[in-house]
Design a protein around this ligand. Structure first.
Ligand code: E4P
Length: 217
């Protein structure tokens, strides 16, 4: 399972990278705005800065919503750095663009996916990644994890190569449940990754080991 961090915060990306388990980064316009990154040139520079910190794929989202504009913007983003994956929304022109990018060798992440049908369409169009937003489904009393299971089932039925990128992860249990269900990738906040470290018995055990060592030395 690949671990992506879902942020545009460079310090958090550095911290996750330093842990040695980071495989990539996802961003979106809201995450960019949260870091105060505004203006086209600053946003493009920020993507390159992220690429210099991590070794893996970095999703950069298009703002355009029409086919021609998505293509233009996606090409510009993909030329920024070889690690860039163009993030395209699940809309009609987005699906057309996914197919275009597939045919021209540009890697994509189909975002804002909330149903198995949308995920099937993304795979048919040749998306590299599909991003089902599980946290936002949970927010409206719909089982986000069930969507991961449905997509896994459908993709395995037909051998689709599109990778399931479980997105809108909110906490550590989401990560563990997505791993059980066979999601290829998860993207979440740093806290969802660091939460995997924690167990009180580890802390108690370590404290005891160190105390016992001190007794004899
Ligand atoms: C995915 O790529 C999105 O950036 C993200 O996971 C959305 O998460 P949110 O629902 O916490 O905003």
């Amino acid at each position: 399972m690949k671990f992506f961090i879902d942020t545009a915060n460079l310090d958090q990306i550095r911290e996750a990278q330093a842990l040695g388990v980071l495989d990539g980064v996802t961003t979106n316009p809201s995450l960019m705005a949260k870091e105060g990154i505004t203006g086209r040139n600053n946003i493009l520079k920020h993507y390159v800065d992220i690429c210099t910190i991590v070794d893996g794929d970095v999703s950069a989202e298009v703002i355009a919503t029409t086919f021609d504009e998505i293509i233009k913007e996606g090409q510009e983003l993909s030329e920024l750095h070889e690690q860039i994956v163009v993030k395209v929304p699940m809309i009609k022109d987005g699906v057309k663009a996914l197919k275009y990018f597939y045919d021209t060798g540009i890697r994509t992440n189909c975002t804002l996916v909330f149903s198995a049908g949308q995920a099937l369409l993304a795979a048919k169009a040749g998306a590299t990644y599909v991003s089902p937003f599980i946290g936002r489904l949970d927010d409206i009393s719909t089982d986000g994890l069930n969507l991961i299971a449905e997509i896994r089932h459908i993709y395995d039925n037909y051998g689709f190569e599109t990778q399931i990128l479980a997105a809108s992860i909110r906490h550590t249990m989401h990560v563990i449940d997505c791993a059980k269900l066979g999601a290829d990738v998860m993207t979440g906040p740093l806290s969802s990754i660091e939460g995997l470290l924690k167990h009180p018995l580890t802390d108690i055990g370590l404290e005891k080991f160190l105390a016992d060592y001190k007794k004899g030395n």
